[in-house]
Design a protein around this ligand. Structure first.
Ligand SMILES: [Fe+2]
Ligand SMILES: [Fe+2]
Length: 353
């Protein structure tokens, strides 16, 4: 069975896909046709059902009950090119109720076990006992931690894959460890906590089902409010958690998407060194990853620039300086003990000073 990213114009596709959206529309002549978005773990494609035989509503009427959004469906379809994009002309469809939803979403290329191990190492390295017990309680809360591990970091912008939220959080923690020492006055461990709490609300804001739709709570409350509330709740459950530390961490969550005037949803303007530092770190990771993903997805196209990418509608230069393959697991695991001693001198890097 071909995957969505392997489909070619003119071929017949037979297989099971996840239906993200589904609606019946009318042509200019008033004839009904069905339109929907389908996906597997490699990509997404739009689909149509036409009443080609001239029967009014015949095929559309027959197939529509099998084409419910938010479910898996077994289809036979012709792959066709329309306005420069491929789409599926669906000829037959049947529900596939036993197919498991997680098979139809893209997944982090970093193994979950390895990432949880890295989080545990980050917790173990914390010296501040309050920060340590707070992050430990987050890690131990199974009802909380399970959804956090499965969630994507965003619906589409960056790390939009299963386990993406954990991957993004760990990447930020690595960034914080690397950059914070340049600013000796910075509370590095507060920033590390921010890495894990700032987007934690996305575990409830975005559905883990294929398509990563916003949940009702997500639409009504948003991840910034939910993340801040999580911090307040966890701190409240802990005996004598210092008020000032709670305030700083809550502020970091509320302001992590930058100045309110920029319109990216922050509830407060970053007003501490840690909040300013963290906002730029978060933005850096999201934007670089957005660019890498665009390049990765356009790899086969042969074009110099990627197609405009949601939400900034930006195109990126696809050609890499060394011609290497880019993929979204390009982040390497943190340095481990086996790398000790391999400093710059041993690698004979050029001397800059
Ligand atoms: Fe965020
Ligand atoms: Fe983030």
């Amino acid at each position: 069975m071909a995957t969505v990213n392997e489909l070619k114009d003119g071929q017949t596709f037979e297989g099971t896909l996840w239906l993200v959206s589904s609606s019946v529309k009318r042509t200019k002549n008033g004839d009904p046709y069905w339109e929907g978005q389908l996906q597997d773990s490699t990509g997404s494609i739009s689909g149509k059902v036409w009443d080609s035989s001239g029967g009014k509503g015949g095929r559309v009427k027959a197939l529509e009950p099998s084409l419910a959004a938010g479910s898996a469906v077994k289809i036979r379809a012709r792959v066709e090119s329309f306005s420069g994009a491929l789409q599926l002309n669906i000829l037959e469809a049947a529900p596939a109720p036993n197919a498991s939803p997680e098979l139809f979403s893209p997944k982090s290329l970093r193994p979950l076990k390895e990432m949880v191990y890295e989080l545990d190492a980050a917790i173990a390295s914390l010296k501040d006992p309050d920060y340590k017990r707070l992050l430990s309680s987050f890690r131990e809360g199974q009802q909380l931690f399970g959804p956090f591990c499965n969630a994507p970091a965003a619906k589409a912008v960056h790390h939009a894959w299963v386990h993406g939220l954990l991957e993004h959080s760990l990447q930020l923690a690595r960034g914080a460890k690397a950059l914070a020492p340049l600013y000796p006055g910075l509370d590095e461990e507060l920033v590390i906590l921010g890495c894990f709490f700032h987007d934690a609300g996305k575990a409830w804001e975005i559905s883990a089902l294929p398509g990563f739709d916003y949940t009702t709570k997500g639409k009504l409350l948003g991840h910034i409010y939910m993340g801040a509330r999580l911090v307040e709740e966890l701190c409240g459950r802990m005996k004598d958690f210092p008020e000032e530390k709670k305030l700083h961490l809550t502020h970091l969550v509320l302001s992590h998407q930058g100045e309110r005037s920029e319109g990216f949803g922050s509830a407060a303007d970053p007003a501490t060194p840690e909040a300013i530092f963290f906002h730029h770190l978060d933005n850096l990771d999201a934007k670089v990853q957005n660019c890498f993903t665009a390049i990765e997805q356009a790899q086969e196209s042969g074009d110099e620039f990627t197609p405009p990418r949601y939400p900034m509608r930006k195109t990126y230069y696809r050609v890499r300086p060394q011609g290497e393959t880019v993929n979204h697991a390009s982040a390497k695991p943190a340095r481990d003990d086996s790398e000790k001693g391999s400093g710059p001198e041993e690698k004979s890097w050029p001397k800059l000073w």
